[in-house]
Design a protein around this ligand. Sequence first.
Ligand code: ADE
Ligand code: ZN
Length: 327
Amino acid sequence: MTSDLKKVELHLHLEGAAPPSFIRGLASEKNVDLLDIFDENGSYKYEDFWDFLKVYEAATSVLQTPEDFGRLTQAVLEESAKSNVVYSEVFLSPDFCGERDVGAWKEYLAAIQEAANQAERSDGIVLRGIITCIRHFGPDLAKETAICAAETAGDWIVGFGIGGDEKVGAPKDFSWSFDCAREAGLRLTAHAGEWGGPESVQAVVDDLGVERVGHGVRAIEDPALVEKLAERGIVLETCPGSNVVLNVYSTWENHPVDRLREAGCIVTVSTDDPPFFHTTMNREYQMLADTFGWDDDAFRALARTSMDAAFCDASTKENLQKVLEAE
Ligand code: ADE
Ligand code: ZN
């Protein structure tokens, strides 16, 4: 049973993982009217990727205090633990946590970490954070986010990245922020090759110097790039269920995750924003097994590869590799 396998997730947006019922609960506590973002079944409702980003941002509007983010972290990790996730890297956005003010951001981070420590004690799941700026908010706000990242870089905040609308601006506009994060010791990832083509993947590798790419799947359209990614060991944080629901690919059968793996790329699998895409890590695994015939050995190799590609320190990694081996 794929659900019994221990899993490692490297690409999960904390706000994007908020169960709709959790957001509705906060909205009613705070008397905020959010009805427009839910369908008749209570799920998030959106038309396409750009509408998804708007609904996502509307949902975050009820997350207003460090305590809200602590509760969110607890709710998200409870869900991840149900899929047997033993290690997760979560994207955190100071944009939604104190509007990039360093002092406020530290308070939000403390609440998130406290909830993570509690989940580690109760469910054994280990969490680390990647601070992410948002591409369509522009390079100036990204600089403030990078400063928040640099100020809190360490054993727990382990990376820096960028999400949002890949069609807006160019990666090199964000060089200052990525340089700042790198100098603070953070490891780097960037969303690319989801809505942009292979040139977008090439640009984050060349211009931002990232070692992982969020999604990256449209690299498949350029065989020379696929070869280069494989040779250089650039890690792809693929999220197939997200891509299928957002219609980057029309079906699981059309998704290139299996072809990228066959071509020698380092492929990891995550959920991105699970409730938005009606998915879980268990479901991603089940779909990979059903669609491409991945078996338990393939999944065990996937978990080890993902742990290798994690941004946490060596001793955390070693401990978790042991947890995976004990399966
Ligand atoms: N932020 C949350 N989910 C995202 C996605 N799939 N692409 C870009 N930015 C995002
Ligand atoms: Zn993402």
